[in-house]
Design a protein around this ligand. Structure first.
Ligand code: GBH
Length: 497
């Protein structure tokens, strides 16, 4: 109670007179992230295969806000030495990167490994390690080989086998040096956003069926890749494997909507986490029922969210070494009124739950239409996760702000201060075991449907310059200072740039 009062007091007092403990636990890990398609470029270098993002951007340039694509992006395929330099300048403990599946396996299958693809990732991994920076590697950050999409992609249950074959290649080639693995980045986006909105590659709109088929296949693919590591690679390499989920924190619009908000949390997070992290495994029971009802009302005669067998429940349960969360934003939720229409779940509404979502008027907007700033959301999310899945290790694998161009990004610094302060409260007041944090993103990059004009970077990238010059923003100085001191300086201001 006393400590809580101090915290409340600190919130209203100026920073200097505050006794709030703003240090992070000793050994706390600091990193920054990127993803292959967003930074690498070299989309057809050497024998690289085509990805769904290559195809989508080339066939539908109009679907990207500024008509750009990832053909060159930050050109990290050629400029990886500069990327490592930036990681060194910031003092990062780890750099979260992703491997492009079609760069490593041009056909999508493991029958042929690209020599150049292999060399690229070896160089990057070795270069980081030489500087004492841990490579934190995501196997899948949305760039599915187009060849596999042509065979049904994430809607085909065989994708789990294709994925585990790819994972085996990556563990075999890089597992001696990579100790942190993420199997899949944000199943929610891969399944729910893609099939509900068509806004992202491969842009297949199937909001009643495709998204739900994808859900189980993604969970199975993760579980297989985890089990493979656990059985064959962990004994010699001793690394850690998890999946990175996307989290939107849902609060009820009015207290009467509390149960609905809980169902929305299950639909957003529980759907991809309950099978893996809960004691019982399987789908969250209330959600499985709600989706079952939804589909029967639509006239389907069998469940569309594929049920697990008991054997599958046990196979999937426990397939984690830590909990990885990406979090940016929040929503309020309420039941839909008669006759209201719905935008796509999860950033607009929740037709599956007959519910409408909105942002609170007090939450600042950002350059991204889906993104409202709500720092308390990340603390509530962490507490909820601990309540649901127990006292496990949490690593924040993405968090950051989108802005316009410019080096003086005090709004980004402000965002980091506010979110990190809430994370500290989760650690110190709520006892959540958060052991690491990852800024999204190291440098401006191809922000999917928002193209190149929407900036998330600690470093600004000049996309008009063939050399793709990278320049630190004020926030890079803030982040470097944070890592150096392991302490949040709420008064930090960067004057000189
Ligand atoms: C993360 O996705 C990604 O992992 C990362 O690659 C991305 O650059 C970063 O965050 C910032 O967006 O969903 O209909 O609004 C976060 C989720 C996915 C939200 C793409 C916006 C655009 C289409 N983002 N999405 S929609």
């Amino acid at each position: 109670m006393y400590r809580n009062s101090i915290v409340v007091l600190c919130a209203v007092l100026t920073v200097t007179s505050c006794t709030e403990d703003l240090t992070f636990p000793p050994g706390f890990l600091w990193g920054a992230a990127t993803a292959a398609y967003q930074v690498e470029g070299a989309w057809n270098a050497s024998d690289k295969g085509e990805s769904v993002w290559d195809r989508f951007c080339h066939e539908h340039p109009e679907k990207i806000a500024d008509l750009t694509n990832g053909d060159v992006a930050c050109d990290s395929y050629h400029l990886w030495k500069r990327d490592i330099e930036m990681a060194v300048e910031l003092g990062l403990h780890f750099y979260r990167l992703s491997i492009s599946w079609p760069r490593l396996l041009p056909s999508g299958f493991s029958n042929h490994i690209s020599e150049d693809g292999k060399n690229y990732y070896n160089n990057l991994i070795d270069g980081l390690l030489e500087k004492g920076i841990e490579p934190f590697v995501t196997l899948y950050h949305w760039d599915l080989p187009q060849s596999l999409q042509d065979l049904g992609g994430w809607a085909n249950p065989l994708v789990a086998d294709w994925f585990v074959d790819y994972a085996r290649v990556a563990y075999t080639l890089f597992g001696d040096r990579v100790k942190w693995w993420i199997t899949i980045n944000e199943p929610l986006i891969i399944c729910d956003v893609v099939y509900n909105s068509g806004l992202l590659a491969p842009s297949i709109i199937s909001p009643e069926v495709g998204n739900h088929l994808c859900t189980k296949n993604v969970v199975m693919a993760h579980a297989k890749a985890y089990r493979l590591y656990d059985e064959e690679f962990r004994p010699k390499y001793h690394g850690k494997v998890s999946v990175a989920n996307h989290h939107i924190w849902f609060d009820p619009l009015s207290p009467a909507d509390a149960e609905l908000a809980e169902l929305a949390r299950e639909n957003c997070v529980g759907k991809y986490s309950h099978p893996i992290y809960s004691k019982t495994g399987g789908w969250p029971p209330a959600l499985e029922k709600a989706l079952g009802d939804y589909h029967s009302k639509l006239g389907y005669t069998r469940p569309i969210l594929q049920p697990f067998t008991q054997q599958e429940i046990e196979y999937v349960r426990g397939t984690y070494d830590f909990y990885a969360l990406n979090q940016y934003t929040s929503r309020l939720i309420r039941p839909a009124r008669e006759g209201e229409t719905f935008g796509p779940w999860p950033f607009a509404d929740a037709i599956q739950l007959n519910a409408k979502t909105q942002a609170d008027k007090s939450w600042p907007t950002t350059l991204s239409f889906w993104f409202f700033v709500h720092p308390e959301g990340i603390r509530r999310q962490l507490v909820w996760l601990k309540q649901q899945y127990g006292d496990i290790e949490f690593v924040i694998t993405e968090n950051g702000l989108s802005t316009q161009a410019g080096l003086d990004d005090h709004d980004r610094i402000d965002y980091y201060k506010k979110y990190l302060r809430q994370i500290l409260l989760a650690i110190k007041e709520d006892g959540v075991n958060v052991t690491g944090y990852t800024a999204w993103t190291l440098m401006d990059n191809f922000e999917w449907m928002d193209g190149l004009s929407n900036k998330f970077g600690l470093y600004e990238v000049d996309f008009n310059n063939p050399l793709r010059t990278r320049t630190p923003r004020a926030s890079a100085h803030f982040y470097r200072n944070l890592i150096k001191t392991n302490k949040l300086d709420l008064g930090f201001v960067q004057d000189e740039l």
